[in-house]
Design a binder for this molecule. Structure first.
Ligand SMILES: [Mg+2]
Ligand SMILES: [Zn+2]
Length: 180
């Protein structure tokens, strides 16, 4: 009983990839002026937030380890992205390592996910992952979350599916409410 109660008090979240999911993919984005929201992202994220989800970005940024840009640049980029999204993002987690470092945070490893879930008291089974790569959806499935692969190829010209993605999640939420 107690366990059920505490589960109910937990938060639900949407774990979002950044590049190719919220903003247009730029190969190792290193200019703030290259930041462009993907079509439909802002509206969809606003809808999901009003449905009670925390919005948490988890992003691999090996460009830091490679020396293409530094942590401070990434922080500025995240401030700008969140300004464009009118503050919808609750938190940003960044893996700065190269794949060769075999760290515990680089997706599809779970370091960032675990850190966020602990800090924000997130019930993963009520949460989702949205990304444009298999490493994003793998992270979701390996951790018993539902995952949505959005778009393909991830340039700003490619087909984007933010509207249906938001609708899938919101429809699922309505079904849960109906069963309660
Ligand atoms: Mg991506
Ligand atoms: Zn890492």
């Amino acid at each position: 009983m107690l366990r059920n109660l505490s589960t109910k008090m937990k938060n639900k979240a949407i774990f979002l990839d950044r590049d190719g999911t919220i903003i247009c993919e730029r190969h190792y984005l290193s200019n703030l002026s290259d930041i462009e929201l993907l079509p439909g992202a802002k509206k969809a994220l606003r809808l999901l937030k009003s449905a009670g989800f925390l919005l948490i970005v988890i992003t691999n940024q090996s460009g830091i380890a490679r020396g293409f840009f530094d942590r401070r640049f990434v922080q500025s980029a995240h401030r700008l992205i969140n300004r464009k999204l009118e503050g919808a993002i609750d938190d940003f987690y960044v893996c700065p390592h190269s794949p060769e470092a075999h760290c515990s945070c680089r997706k599809p490893k779970t370091g960032m996910l675990r850190a966020a879930a602990g800090k924000w008291k997130i019930d993963l089974s009520a949460s989702w992952v949205i990304g444009d790569k298999k490493s994003d959806t793998m992270l979701g499935r390996d951790n018993l979350m539902r995952a949505i692969l959005i778009g393909k190829g991830s340039s700003c010209r490619s087909l984007f599916n933010w509207k249906p993605a938001a609708e899938i999640i919101l429809k699922n939420e309505r079904n849960i409410m109906r069963r309660m």
